[in-house]
Design a protein. Structure first.
Length: 65
């Protein structure tokens, strides 16, 4: 459980740097999603998830992560 919390916090704090793909317009009350920024963020999130999953596979096979 501790690992899941730690990894969720890693993802949360790393995503704060890539939140620029969202834009809030307070005058109209519209939240806009910019697809170019979202695509770049999705690659970063995918890389994070892949490294996490790979470390779990290595640990299950007896490796040290």
């Amino acid at each position: 459980m501790t690992l899941a919390i730690r990894m969720a916090l890693y993802a949360l704090f790393s995503s704060l740097g890539t939140i620029s793909w969202l834009a809030w317009n307070p005058a109209t009350g519209v939240l806009t999603v910019q697809l170019d920024g979202l695509a770049q963020a999705a690659i970063a999130y995918g890389g994070f998830l892949a490294t996490f999953l790979w470390s779990r596979i290595a640990k299950r096979r007896g490796g040290i992560t």
